[in-house]
Design a protein around this ligand. Structure first.
Ligand code: NI
Ligand code: MN
Length: 226
């Protein structure tokens, strides 16, 4: 089995097994990388939308996409509460440490060291997400600083792919992200959350974990995880 991984710039990805498509942090409107590549909120048709945290550059176009595609929205308890208050009821909440089965496989929430709010409202704990679909396991760390329990996340979930932020300032920079990948020990790692704005404009060649293959995706680019 395989999974198609597609990158939309910043922290936005889709993971698809051909039947189910999980969009993570679908930020299109106002995302300079997506806009430069001609990608919009109409570019994806996810069955599920999973959110790492409540910041606007991660919630992005969730409500519009979910409404158009009838996607199930997965996220922290407080994010799901907010989504439901907006009139969209198909939510599936969790919190760090939790795992639950889904119709594509399962999803787990990990800790992330960051903050989480939307228009001034508390949005619960920021999270990383571990998504199992198509027989593959993908860890999207969300926005986070480096923490040594990433080694435990690697041990518990043995991810085939780790998607890690490298843009520095708000998250790990490339050197810390390299240490993260070395602790997680995934089969492959993909950097994200860099180059979107000047504040997080780092050279991805600085992301060079020892012994872990790195794939830097073009915005709009995809590959098969086999
Ligand atoms: Ni954030
Ligand atoms: Mn962010």
């Amino acid at each position: 089995m395989s999974v198609t991984v597609t990158y939309f710039g910043h922290a936005a990805f889709t993971l698809s097994d051909g039947t189910h498509t999980v969009a993570i942090d679908p930020f299109f409107s106002g995302n300079p990388l997506a806009e430069a590549a001609g990608l919009t909120k109409e570019s994806i048709n996810p069955t599920h939308i999973a959110l790492t945290h409540g910041h606007v550059d991660h919630v992005g176009d969730t409500l519009e996409i979910a409404t158009r595609c009838s996607s199930q929205v997965i996220g922290a308890f407080e994010i799901c509460e907010w989504v439901a208050e907006q009139g969209y009821e198909a939510v599936n909440p969790g919190n760090p440490g939790g795992r639950f089965d889904t119709d594509f496989g399962w999803i787990a929430f990990t800790q992330a060291f960051h903050s989480s709010s939307y228009e001034g409202r508390y949005m619960g704990m920021p999270c990383g997400l571990v998504v199992n679909l198509g027989g593959k396991t993908i860890y999207h760390a969300g926005d986070t600083g480096l923490f040594s329990d990433m080694a435990l996340i690697g041990e518990l979930y043995t991810p085939d792919l780790a998607i890690l932020p490298i843009g520095d300032r708000f998250t790990m920079g490339p050197e810390h992200a390299s240490r993260a990948a070395e602790m997680i020990k995934p089969g492959l790692t993909v950097p994200c959350h860099f180059g979107t704005w000047d504040l997080i404009d780092v050279d991805p060649s600085r992301f060079a974990p020892k012994g872990i293959p790195v794939k830097v995706l073009e915005v709009g680019g995809s590959f098969e995880l086999t």
